[in-house]
Design a protein around this ligand. Structure first.
Ligand code: MOS
Length: 722
């Protein structure tokens, strides 16, 4: 997009003749999904498929010395047992490293160490349960992050001005420490991979988020040319970060399938998803806020401690929004990473902001109370003019509008300032709010669009739809640009033989892949304009017809052959000159039972500004899902590890509590009209993760308002409230 006039491009979509963009169109893939016709990972049923089941370590630190396959030799239909250093760890974030073959190091409880393959799933599972492992425990394992020295993350550290002095001089000073627990992505569709080798080429079918990266990961782990790997993932039942990288079953399936020369499927059970995929790190966070009498921040400190496996580089970047969200000249930021023998920590929805803003927004609420300033007003007073660290300007930012419009729509003025002041029988009612912010990225992405002589179009890219609505928005963009009905456009996704897309992650999927489709369609429009003898600016495409001035020609008459164009969008260098983020505000009303301490969320409102909204329905669903997770983060979700031996005690959806229907009240979502010329050619910004950022804090701030209890150790379960 460098050198192109993006304002002109975006204007083009607003002026487009079809009016398809942005509308709440149903997902074209919806009927396939609800009728079972969409092929999810486990549903390919390739002839001759063998079944593999992972065998996992039952110690959290030590070595696997021996796998005794003869112990299960009696099993009918047993095809093979595979083990070795490749099962070492989840390669989700750091790439799949090789280790010397001298036994297998065990670094966390439940780590995959072998794969049993058999003719049937039942036989493989029988083998995996009965196989004998000889493991040597090593008592130097660290199971409690508190017992591991934190490695300072230099890139995250900031010392600006003198925060200690600012805290001393402040009219109002807040110094609070919160803890947040680990989370599991718990996507509805468990991870599953089917590997199939034909003529030295591997096809991997499964459930993944970022296919071009997954292809490279697999090629790297197997030490083969990436050109020999094809990854297919047309339908994905949720990812939330857990499918950004390959989970251990993919490589295990590929190794076994190569050896057996037949397709091998390996699916994770729900327990295995919890134990091997990857977690959001727990955190300890200290926030210091120094403010003058009127609530203006003079200083801000945020220090965090997160954990990961030894050797892993990912450290949940929980300072990400703190850096730029609020002013305050004197700033101290730091992040530490401790090493712990728990499963790999990685990206879980809105890595960084999800838990960083949760705590920052609680601390802001504490400041609002201490200074006796309305929480909305406190935020409005602290929106900085320029980036408080770097001084660069902000790109589009609808924070003030979101705060104001949210307060208005929610009826915020009915909130009682005094805690415990609003009572209905046993129930104490309270309102809380929080800011939402999530950094915005554009990521390199390619797509191919073909306009056919029959007046239909085909969109092709290896982009994924992880439930986000990619099929819908890419169909809408192509239909809008080419003057077709959405029904005349077919979108094909999830195949690495197609142009490489950004993948679904970091909220960049829609703006990046959407822009590539937009740019490819622009090229097609130029071709059509040439055939019509006019400039692209003077061309209107509508209802399958090309219109120039007073001339009008149906595309089916105009086109003598298919027009096929491929385009790639890349991040513009100019993007770096501005702080780009999506913004919003959360409002929440809770009822806290004064007898039992239970919290019922009564209503929630999210107001969001994320650039052009491409499909009002799928965008809204993203926000509702994210806000629901916010309820879970506030009240329920908590990965609990046994500090004696490192095992995860709540490894399924019976024990790891997520919000169910009765926990989720009516939720409203309001989108603020916004166009961002810097963000992407289609003027859209990231949305998928925005709704989780700050959501949990709105819930717990409401709990405080209701009953005066400030829970600083998440989640806010009844025992901490009563
Ligand atoms: Mo996201 S946690 O980058 O899928």
């Amino acid at each position: 997009m460098t050198g192109t006039d993006t304002t002109k491009q975006g204007f083009m979509l607003d002026e487009a003749a079809q009016g398809v963009i942005g509308t709440p169109m149903d997902r074209p893939d919806g009927p396939l999904k609800v009728s079972g016709a969409a092929t999810y990972a486990h549903e390919w049923n390739l002839p001759g498929t063998a079944h593999g089941v992972l065998v996992r370590a039952t110690i959290a630190h030590g070595r696997l010395d021996h796998v005794n396959a003869t112990s299960i030799a009696d099993i009918d239909g047993l095809l093979g047992v595979y083990s070795g250093p490749r099962f070492l760890r989840n390669p989700a974030q750091g790439g799949a490293e090789e280790a010397p073959v001298q036994g297998v190091d065990i670094e966390y409880f439940g780590q995959p160490v072998a794969l049993v393959v058999a003719e049937t799933f039942e036989a493989a599972r029988d083998g995996a349960m009965r196989i004998q492992l000889r493991m040597e425990a090593d008592d130097s394992g660290v199971f409690d992050p508190a017992n591991s020295p934190a490695e300072p993350q230099e890139d995250e550290a900031l010392e600006q001005g003198d925060l200690d002095q600012a805290m001393q001089d402040a009219a109002h000073a807040i110094d609070v420490t919160y803890t947040t627990p680990g989370h599991n992505s718990a996507a509805m569709e468990p991870h599953c991979s089917i590997a199939h080798w034909q003529d030295g080429r591997l096809t991997l079918r499964g459930s993944y988020q970022m296919l071009k990266y997954n292809k490279m990961e697999l090629a790297d782990a197997l030490d083969i040319d990436p050109a020999r790997v094809r990854v297919l993932s047309p339908y994905v039942g949720g990812g939330f970060g857990s499918k950004l990288g390959l989970a251990p079953e993919a490589l295990a399936a590929a190794i076994a399938a190569r050896d057996l020369d037949r397709p091998v499927v390996v699916a994770l059970s729900r327990q295995q998803v919890f134990e091997v995929v990857m977690r959001r790190s727990e955190s300890t966070q200290r926030v210091r806020l120094a403010a003058s009498e009127d609530g203006t921040l003079t200083g801000l400190g945020h220090s965090g401690l997160v954990s990961n496996l030894p050797g892993e580089s990912f450290a949940e970047p929980l300072l990400q929004a703190t850096r730029f969200l609020y002013g305050g000249q004197n700033r101290t930021l730091s992040l530490g990473l401790s090493r712990v023998n728990r499963l790999c920590a990685g990206s879980v929805r809105a890595p960084g902001e999800a838990i960083g803003m949760q705590v920052l927004e609680n601390a802001m609420d504490e400041l609002a109370c201490a200074a006796d300033i309305d929480p909305v007003e406190l935020r409005l007073r602290n929106i900085p003019e320029r980036h408080p660290e770097t001084g660069i300007p902000f790109a589009s930012r609808k924070l003030a509008q979101a705060l104001q419009q949210g307060a208005e729509s929610f009826g915020w003025n009915r909130r009682q300032t005094q805690t415990g002041a609003c009572r209905e029988g046993e129930w104490l009612i309270g309102m809380g709010m929080a800011t939402a912010a999530r950094v915005n990225w554009l990521s390199k992405s390619a797509a191919r669009v073909t306009l056919k002589t029959d007046g239909t179009a085909l969109v092709e890219t290896d982009m994924t739809d992880i439930g986000t609505g990619t099929y819908a928005i890419l169909t809408q963009i192509a239909a809008e640009m080419l003057g077709l009905t959405p029904g005349a456009v077919t979108t094909t996704l999830g195949d690495t033989d197609l142009p490489a897309a950004a993948g679904s992650g970091g909220s960049w999927g829609a703006s990046s892949s959407g822009s590539s489709v937009f740019l490819a369609c622009q090229e097609i429009r130029k071709d059509i304009a040439r055939q019509m003898g006019c400039t692209p600016e003077d061309l209107t495409l509508k209802n399958g017809t090309a219109v120039c001035g007073n001339r009008s020609t149906p595309l089916t008459d105009l086109l003598t052959r298919d027009v096929c164009r491929e385009a790639t969008v890349k991040p513009d260098k100019a993007m770096k000159d501005k702080q780009s983020a999506s913004y919003g505000a959360h409002f929440c009303e809770v009822a806290v039972n004064a007898v039992t301490g239970e919290t019922r969320v009564r209503r929630m409102l999210g107001v969001f500004g994320a650039g052009r909204i491409l499909n009002e329905k799928t965008a809204r669903s993203q926000c509702i899902g994210a806000m629901t997770w916010g309820i879970g983060m506030a009240l329920h979700e908590d990965l609990m590890f046994d500090l004696r031996d490192g095992h995860l005690t709540n490894r399924d959806l019976a024990e790891y509590h997520i919000p169910v229907n009765l926990d989720v009240p009516h939720q409203d979502v309001i989108f603020i009209e916004e166009r961002d010329d810097d963000a992407s050619p289609i003027q859209a910004k990231g949305l998928g993760e925005l709704g989780i950022c700050g959501a949990a804090a709105a819930v717990t701030n409401a709990i405080y308002n209701a009953c005066g209890v400030r829970v600083r150790e998440y989640p806010a379960t009844v025992d901490k409230i009563i």
